[in-house]
Design a protein around this ligand. Sequence first.
Ligand SMILES: *[C@@H]1O[C@H](CO)[C@@H](O)[C@H](O)[C@H]1NC(C)=O
Ligand SMILES: *[C@@H]1O[C@H](CO)[C@@H](O)[C@H](O)[C@H]1NC(C)=O
Ligand SMILES: *[C@@H]1O[C@H](CO)[C@@H](O)[C@H](O)[C@H]1NC(C)=O
Length: 402
Amino acid sequence: MGPGVLTQNLTRDRQRRSSRAMVFWVFQPLVLCLMVFCSSASSAPSPHLIFILADDLGWNDVGYHNPDIISPNIDLLADTGIKLNQSYMQPLCSPSRAALMSGLYPFRLGLQHIVIDQEQPVCLPLGRKLLPQVLQDNGYRTHMVGKWHLGFCNWACTPTYRGFESFYGFHSHSEDYYTHSYSGYSDYWFNKTVNKASSGTYSAHDFATRAEQIIGSHDPNSSLFLYLAFQNVHMPLQAPDEYLDLYQDITDNKRKLFSGLVTAMDDAVGRVVTALIDRDLYTDSIIVFSSENGGWTLFGGNNFPLRGGKFSLFEGGTRVPAFVHSPLLRNTGLTYAGIIHAVDWFPTLLSAAGILPRESPSDLDGVDQWEAITAMSPSRRSEVVYNLDYHPLPIQGRAAIR
Ligand SMILES: *[C@@H]1O[C@H](CO)[C@@H](O)[C@H](O)[C@H]1NC(C)=O
Ligand SMILES: *[C@@H]1O[C@H](CO)[C@@H](O)[C@H](O)[C@H]1NC(C)=O
Ligand SMILES: *[C@@H]1O[C@H](CO)[C@@H](O)[C@H](O)[C@H]1NC(C)=O
C-alpha cells in the first residue's frame, strides 16, 4: 500500500524537469539542441499512450468523488490532470471495449446486445482495423495487459492478432482474482501460452508487474501504447486483507470488499506511473484513465448521485469516472464539462499521437476530441447514442439517444 508514494515520485520528476529547464537558460547557444533533444526525456517520435481501463468502477467509487474511498494515486493523477465530467461508455463490458478499440458504436458491429459469452462463437468483426493496429502501423510498440472480452473463439479474434505485440491477461468476462480460472478452466495467458506461473498472485498486482516489465524494457526511442485493462473492480469481490483492513468502518460487507478492490487497483496504478517516471517515459506520456461502464450495485458499486448502474442506459450505467493526465497538457487541474464518448478515444488518441488525419478509417462514429480537451474548448460532440438494441426477449432490448 503506498498512498503518497506517487506524490514523491511525481515531485522527483518535476524537479528533474525543472533542473533541465535551468540548464536551458544557462547555456544559450545550446538552446536549439535543448529544444530538440533535451527538453523531453525520451526521443520517441510521438507521445507514449497509456490507457488504463477499470472494470465496473462507478461514479461514486473513486476518492475524488467520494472521500470514503481510498485511491490516492488515482486522485492525484486526476487532480493534476483534466477530469472528464461527461465521459460516456456503453453500459457493459464487450460493447464498451468494442467501441474503444474500433471507434464505432457497438450496434454497427453486432455487439450491442449484452456481452460476448464464453460459449459464443463471436468476436469483434475481423474486418475492422483496431486502434492498436493503426498505432502499430505508425511505429508504436503496442502491448496489452488485462481483460480482453472481445471474443476468443478463434486465434484471429485475440489480442496478438488484433494489433498487440504482446498480451498478458484473460479473454473472458470474469474469473477468480487469484487462481485465474472460471468454471473450472484456466483463462490466463501470456500471448498464446496458458500462464500458470502466476496462479495464486492477485491479478492487479500481477498486471502491475507485467506493466513494469513492459515499461522497464521499452526502448525510449520508440513510442509505447500500453492498454492496461484491470480486472478490478468486477465481481467476484476479492481483495487482499491489507486493503480490507483500511475499511474497518464499513459495515456493509460487499461495499467493504469493493472498496478494497478499488484501493488494490489504485496501488497498481501508482506502480505503473512510477515505472514510467523511473524509465524517463513519464514526461512524454499521455495517461487516460476510465471506467468501462457504471458500477454494478449488486456487487458493491455505487453511482450516486447518478441514476441506475451497469446494464442500464441511465447515467449511472454509462457516465463514468475518467480523466486525462499528462505533463504535455497545456491546462491542468481542471474539469472538462464537454461530452466525450467511448468511440471518441480512437480518433482522439490518434490525434494526440499526431497520426490523425494522415491515417484513420473514414467511417468512424468517434470524433477527435484532443483539441477540445486540451484547450478546454467546446466538445465536438452534441449527441450520444447510449445504445440501440432490439431484442425479442424481455431482456436488455433498449435504445436511447441524448
Ligand atoms: C510474448 O510476446 C512478447 C513480444 O513478442 C515477448 O517479448 C514475450 O517474450 C512473449 N511471451 C511469451 C511467454 O511468449
Ligand atoms: C536512441 O537513439 C539514439 C540516437 O539514435 C541512440 O544513441 C541510442 O542508443 C538509442 N537508445 C536506445 C535505447 O536504443
Ligand atoms: C460535474 O458533474 C456533476 C454531476 O452532474 C455536476 O454536479 C458538476 O457541476 C459538474 N462539474 C463541472 C465542472 O461541470
